[in-house]
Design a protein. Structure first.
Length: 381
């Protein structure tokens, strides 16, 4: 009944105890299986950097057919909602100051005449920059729409005059691969998987061990015939099972509700998840050795989790960070797993591309778990 010093019967009894102790509490079950789904829904529906229906005020001093066509082009794209038409510049200033509108479009007199004469026509965009992301995206959308309107209008005028359109030798077409509509939902939802799995590994491992220490059962387990390796495996294997269930739940929500494409191999994703979970279990086990109470373990968990999220590329691109922090992110297992998750889901990348990240995860996982197990034996013994 033993394999390399591990008694399978004793190990199974510890695993049974862990499952019964964890699942008998309805609150714990909700945290493990309901909270991950709620987090995916939150990130999918609420944490959204897409810009739609930007409140826009129009000051049309030209009042020509061309100026009205430009306003129609802006509103019909779906990104902007025309809230009204100002009659004087002061109304534009007041609307932006009060926050009633996010953007204002001013069309000067002579706009239509300039277009018809083939001259350079100009308009002015005023954007509320207090929200930098919205301002940048809104300006980008508006610039593209206005530029396209000018090109199309110039082509029509040239066609009526029997002249070749300006730039006729260039056929410029922009296309985004892997996320054609550039929806932040497609980018964010797969990334939530990495956060949820790390959080579950830290939460269940660190709090589970510290809870045993608080109520005094850890000392009883250590003086029992259980070997330290059997105790550690009995504590961590149920966590691995729960994390796999969460992985399936989150993936199902991503595919069925948000219609996120899974272009790559789910087997590769599962294989990489094992290395990632080893790293998470090692960190959670280490936290349990430096924490005396569950409150300490909970605070220590978030002291690690928040910087790990910021340095993973989940919220902010790693490339935009200072060079020193970019090197620090290489020590973060969440960064490597995020590359795997997004590449498998969106790009359909295989083993030949993701091999460096997968190998790094397993090396990190083995080292972290080995270090934590050594420290656990010393502190628990």
């Amino acid at each position: 009944m033993s394999t390399r010093g591990i008694n399978r019967r004793r190990l199974w009894q510890v695993i049974r105890k862990e499952f019964r102790q964890t699942l008998r509490d309805p609150k714990s079950a909700r945290i493990m299986f309901v909270a991950p789904v709620l987090q995916v829904l939150m990130f999918g529906f609420v944490v959204n950097t897409d810009v739609r229906h930007v409140r826009t005020l129009v000051l049309d001093r030209d009042a020509s057919v061309e100026s009205r066509a430009l306003v129609d082009a802006l509103s019909s794209a779906g990104y902007f909602t025309i809230t009204g038409h100002a009659e004087r510049p002061g109304q534009v200033t007041e609307a932006l100051d009060r926050g009633d509108d996010v953007m204002a479009l001013e069309i000067p007199r002579g706009f239509g005449a300039d277009l018809l004469a083939g001259r350079q026509a100009s308009v002015q965009l005023l954007v509320d920059g207090s929200s930098a992301n919205t301002a940048n995206v809104a300006m980008g959308y508006a610039t593209q729409i206005i530029t396209r309107y000018g090109i199309d209008h110039g082509a029509k005028i040239a066609a009526r005059a029997g002249l070749p359109p300006q730039g006729a030798g260039i056929d410029f077409r922009a296309r985004a691969w892997y996320n054609a509509n550039l929806k932040s939902q497609v980018y964010n939802v797969p990334g939530v998987i990495a956060t949820i799995m790390m959080m579950m590994c830290l939460l269940l491992t660190s709090l589970g061990v510290v809870r045993e220490r608080e109520i005094g059962t850890l000392e009883q387990l250590m003086v029992s015939p259980l070997r330290p390796s059997e105790l550690i495996l009995g504590k961590t294997l149920p966590v691995v099972f729960i994390c796999f269930v969460d992985l399936l739940l989150v993936t199902a929500v991503a595919l069925l509700l948000f219609h996120i494409p899974l272009r790559g191999s789910f087997t590769l994703l599962v294989f990489a998840s094992v290395g990632y979970m080893l790293a998470g279990l090692g960190i959670g086990l280490w936290i349990s050795t430096v924490s005396k109470t569950q409150q300490e373990a909970f605070m220590s968990m978030f002291l690690f989790l928040m910087p790990a999220m910021f340095l993973s590329g989940f919220m902010f691109p790693v490339e935009s960070m200072p060079k020193a922090f970019q090197y620090i992110t290489l020590l973060n297992p969440m960064r490597h797993f995020l590359i795997v998750v997004r590449s498998v889901f969106l790009r359909g990348a295989g083993w030949e591309i993701l091999k460096p990240q997968v190998v790094t995860l397993y090396v990190m996982g083995v080292l972290l778990l080995g270090f934590a197990m050594t420290r656990f034996r010393k502190t628990a013994g």
